[in-house]
Design a protein around this ligand. Structure first.
Ligand code: GLN
Length: 488
């Protein structure tokens, strides 16, 4: 099999046996990027030189058996809102189009320590605001399953690159669904960890109380391995939680006998495609055959999650993005005659329309007179949503739902109506509001497009999520691989 189709744990075996070297492996991926990325458009920056240097260093370590880590020498890529020292970190924004951070994000440090080879930086919706990568200042990424369709967003580049074999795995960030929705649209696995599980140090903040970094991979085992590598306490992130980290690979087996699965009826309402619901029900049948006990349940405040999310996330975004004023980071309008007009021209030229819309919404929600009506109300709704989940954990180990209401939509289909775009986060946003972990795993196709099943669990129960997803993946009875692109 071609290495670009293989999983990290499979490539690791080849590297160990000496069937391939890290440099050769890295070159295969760089060549593939060169060959197909003008079709997919996943990469904003390709890190050719440095990746090859890194590869040579890791090669030496593997040969001397100094580095036996399973991620050593595996080529991967990062969403372009994760800071990389001296390498452009643009957030897909004109504002940061030439910004080179002076430091690495903690997750980057952790992966580098393991010997990961970083191929480049991946496209996203500007500042991670969006569901299709159409809000990128650079270009829209294409879905490898159908180039006329979006890969989802905001981590669209991260999901498309993995699905198209342009990286073995990638990291994305998830504030309201930005790992899970694109992973579902591209037929790959995506995990949003518990809030506080993975360090946010070096992730450019969108909504700080919701953001988490997580892996996008070809299968559940790789997801466990990458998650293991990036997780853990970090004193540089004040919201990082210091709890023991289990050995996630060890807990991966397919025995889920007696697992209690809740099926929240609010996630199967009108507006969710009936074919998507069919695929999820088939997946639930597989879990039942494995001995899980499935029962319908209710999370009554679900319908308020999306409106509350768009108040809380925009309020936080408005304040986080205030730092981009032309003084310290990135773009500055050089023609302005005084300070105030420098601020305002820089910000009106540096940000795209969706980012401006969010800043305006967020500022409105926080302004005096509106604060109680909108922001405080939204925080109360957030508590109600969390309580819904708390009650569910008394009865169930996991909750199973669709990841998205539909499969990948066509480019341009939702760009004129922001609310229709926001609705693609309907089923992913509640997990962020409650801070709980959630994974998406491919569970079938509709008209040749992948569908994702979402599994949610209580805080810090990523082990249960991974185990459930793994058991399903082992027994679903089919592989999901994006069709090979025709390249001339
Ligand atoms: N699509 C959602 C939004 O636009 C979620 C984004 C994200 O998770 N970063 O806000």
């Amino acid at each position: 099999m071609e290495v670009t189709k293989m999983k990290a744990h499979e490539i690791h075996e080849m590297l160990k046996k000496g069937d391939i070297g890290v440099r050769e492996l890295t070159e295969v991926f760089l060549d593939r990027i060169e060959k197909i990325d003008d079709k997919i458009k996943a990469y904003i920056t390709v890190n050719r030189e440095k990746a090859l240097e890194q590869a040579d260093r890791v090669d030496a370590g593997i040969r001397k058996e100094e580095n036996t880590d399973v991620l050593a020498g595996i080529p991967m890529a990062l969403k372009d809102n994760i800071c990389t020292k001296d390498i452009n970190t643009t957030c897909s924004s004109k504002m940061l189009h030439n910004y080179k951070p002076p430091y690495n994000a903690t997750v980057v440090e952790k992966l580098e320590e393991k010997g990961a080879v970083m191929l480049g930086k991946l496209n996203l919706d500007e500042f991670a605001m969006g569901s299709s990568t159409e809000n990128s200042w650079f270009f829209t990424t294409r879905n490898p399953w159908d180039l006329e369709r979006v890969p989802g967003g905001s981590s669209g580049g991260s999901a498309a690159a993995v699905a198209a074999g342009e990286a073995v795995y990638s990291l994305g960030s998830d504030t309201g669904g930005s790992i899970r929705q694109p992973a579902a649209f591209c037929g790959v696995v995506g995990l949003k960890p518990t809030y506080g599980r993975v360090s946010r140090n070096g992730l450019v903040a969108f909504a700080s109380s919701l953001d988490q970094i997580g892996p996008i991979t070809k299968d559940v085992k790789d997801c466990a391995l990458v998650f293991q590598a990036i997780t853990g306490f970090d004193p540089k992130d004040t919201t990082s939680v210091n709890t023991p980290v289990p050995d996630y690979e060890k807990i991966l087996d397919d025995n889920i006998k007696g697992l209690r699965i809740g099926i929240p009826k609010e996630y199967f309402r009108e507006g969710i495609s009936s074919e998507v619901k069919d695929r999820i029900r088939e997946a639930i049948d597989v879990l039942e055959r494995l001995g899980a006990i499935c029962e319908e349940t209710s999370l009554p405040h679900t319908e308020y999650a999306l409106p509350a999310y768009y108040i809380i996330s925009t309020a936080e975004a408005g304040s986080n993005l205030a730092r981009f004023d032309g003084v310290r980071y990135g773009y500055r309008n050089m023609d302005a005659e005084d300070l105030i007009s420098m601020y305002s021209t820089t910000r009106s030229e540096g940000f795209g329309p969706e980012v401006k819309r969010r800043i305006i919404l967020g500022t409105y929600a926080l302004s005096s007179g509106n604060y109680d009506t909108y922001y405080l109300k939204a925080l109360k709704v957030r508590t109600l949503i969390k309580q819904d989940f708390d009650r569910a954990w008394e009865e169930f180990d996991v909750l199973v739902t669709p990841t998205t209401p539909t499969t990948a939509f066509k480019m341009g289909e939702k760009t004129k109506d922001p609310v229709s775009m926001y609705v693609s986060d309907l089923l992913t946003v509640p997990a962020n509001m409650a801070g709980i972990p959630a994974i998406t795993v491919p569970c079938g196709l509709i008209d040749g497009l992948p569908v994702g099943m979402q599994i949610m669990a209580k805080p810090f129960a990523e082990d249960v999520l991974l185990k459930t997803a793994y058991a399903y993946e082992c027994h679903r009875g089919f592989e999901i691989t994006a069709p090979e692109l025709e390249v001339n």
